[in-house]
Design a protein around this ligand. Structure first.
Ligand code: PHE
Length: 468
């Protein structure tokens, strides 16, 4: 097989798809999607989300993936190849995942803690949750600085280890085993959730047409929330699609992939909703509870099931761990890949990967340690930029500002300035760029409009401005 990228290459199309879907399917699906749907009117959110994924999701995926494959570079240098004046978009796409590492690793550490705690409950062990109030358990853990920092480090090192092993030997190998396993576990949890007495209400909340929110201006905030969720969930404007695209084989079907990836991600998000919503409704809990849902509310559901709760809890948090792990791996790869490019400038390839990840690994551990020490605001750290927790500060800059801004600029550049730049690469596998007409409408008009709304919506939410 033609080795096209000296930095690495996917071994097979399936391997690439598992890796990129592994990146897309993460805490955003298992947690963000459900609770945002919960607080944004259920069905209405789902409907808007699906429309957005068909228009914006597919078009942005194809754009970023092709930019990566055409240049064969990490995100900073890939945008740089469009012209010097565009490299700052690459920098946005690099800084954004770098800031995400600060808190994603901390949350990943929490998932490990919960796997262990639920495992403990199966055996009635003292390190289980037992009958402790789930909110108290979570609070005690997050404010225990030493313990939560240790878990953060374990999680981060588990990611760094995989990326150091390489694109095909590390990331691809882990993803091809982990993603199918995740899928099976999800099916098991869904089977349990939908058969709980009273679960029907949860399904109704998700799937029964309800257009309540379209009456006032509330739909703008639903739209902004769904748009933000879509980008985060698809790992767009994070340098990831570009980076993973750069390791793609030249004969791979870019257009086909750009449909499969968002579709698979959306299906898993809906499935995650089906695993959580019915359980929450069955237990009489509030679905729009915010981020605490994953570690507090759902744990209440498991606790109410007795010993079986330990079993389902373990499976559930293990699947959340896998989702977070394969996502965080991609965040590391996106940051590291650009550093590898830099290190390779003098022509040396040997050892650059390890060196790049020693640098990124060390930097990420510093920022992550700060976030874990903050303990979701429990430990009296000063509040910055009007945010309650340090996690929110990093999230504000990455997901709140740089991500929508980077996406907006990307759409404008490829829609209006470099409209033909990607065509030859898309057609390189011998298929015509049959989507071009549709892609044009999405990239020129719908995506910029959406990203603008998302940007405003995020600023509105982060600063509690109540504009709409
Ligand atoms: N897409 C992942 C999710 O849904 C998270 C993620 C965001 C991964 C950004 C990489 C970059 O959780």
């Amino acid at each position: 097989m033609e080795q096209t990228n000296s930095k690495g290459q996917w071994g097979s199309r399936f391997g690439f798809l598992m890796a990129i879907i592994g990146s897309a399917v993460g805490l955003g699906n298992m947690w963000g999607f459900s609770y945002k749907m919960g607080s944004n009117g259920g069905f209405a959110f789902l409907l808007i989300y699906v429309i957005l994924f068909i228009t914006v999701g597919v078009a942005m995926t194809i754009t970023e993936m092709t930019l990566g494959r055409k240049t064969g570079k990490g995100v900073i240098q890939a945008y740089g190849e469009l012209g010097k004046q565009y490299s700052f978009i690459g920098w946005l796409g690099w800084l954004s995942p770098f800031f995400i590492l600060a808190f994603y690793t901390v949350l990943g550490g929490y998932t490990i803690k919960y796997v262990i705690a639920n495992l403990g409950d199966i055996f009635g062990a003292s390190w289980g949750i037992g009958s402790t109030d789930s909110g108290e358990f979570f609070g005690a853990f997050t404010s225990n600085q030493l313990e939560s920092t240790v878990y953060t480090w374990i999680f981060a090192l588990a990611c760094i280890l995989v990326v150091v092993m390489g694109v095909s030997k590390g990331i691809e190998r882990v993803s091809t085993i982990a993603m199918p396993a995740l899928f099976v576990m999800l099916l098991i949890v869904i089977a349990r959730a939908v058969t709980l007495p009273g679960a029907g209400e949860g399904l109704e909340f998700m799937f029964k047409p309800n257009f309540e929110v379209f009456r006032g201006s509330g739909w703008i905030s639903v739209l902004a929330s769904a748009g933000g969720q879509l980008f985060f969930s698809l790992s767009l404007a994070m340098g990831i699609m570009v980076t993973y695209g750069s390791y793609m084989r030249k004969d791979d079907d870019i257009q086909g992939n750009s449909i499969i990836i968002p579709l698979a991600d959306t299906i898993v998000a809906i499935m995650a909703g089906m695993a959580t919503m019915p359980a929450l409704f069955a237990a009489g809990l509030d679905p729009g509870q915010g981020p605490g849902m994953l570690f507090i509310t759902l744990q209440v559901v498991f606790q109410s099931m007795g010993v079986a709760g330990g079993v389902f809890g373990t499976i559930f948090y293990l699947l959340v761990f896998i989702a977070a792990w394969t996502s965080c791996i991609s965040v590391y790869e996106a940051c590291g890949s650009a550093v590898i490019d830099k290190l390779m400038e003098n022509g040396k390839v040997e050892g650059t990967r390890t060196k790049a990840f020693c640098i990124i690994g060390a930097l990420s551990l510093i920022e992550a340690t700060l976030v874990s020490l903050d303990g979701l605001g429990a430990n009296g750290f000063p509040q910055l930029f009007g945010q309650e927790t340090l996690l929110d500060v990093f999230d504000l800059f990455s997901e709140g500002i740089m991500m929508p801004l980077g996406a907006l600029l990307t759409a404008i550049v490829f829609g209006w300035i470099k409209n033909d730049w990607l065509d030859d690469e898309i057609e390189r596998d011998g298929r015509k760029f049959w989507m071009k007409g549709f892609w044009n409408i999405c990239i020129k008009v719908i995506a910029p409009l959406m990203m603008f709304l998302v940007l405003i919506g995020q600023i509105n939410n982060f600063f509690g401005l109540k504009w709409f």
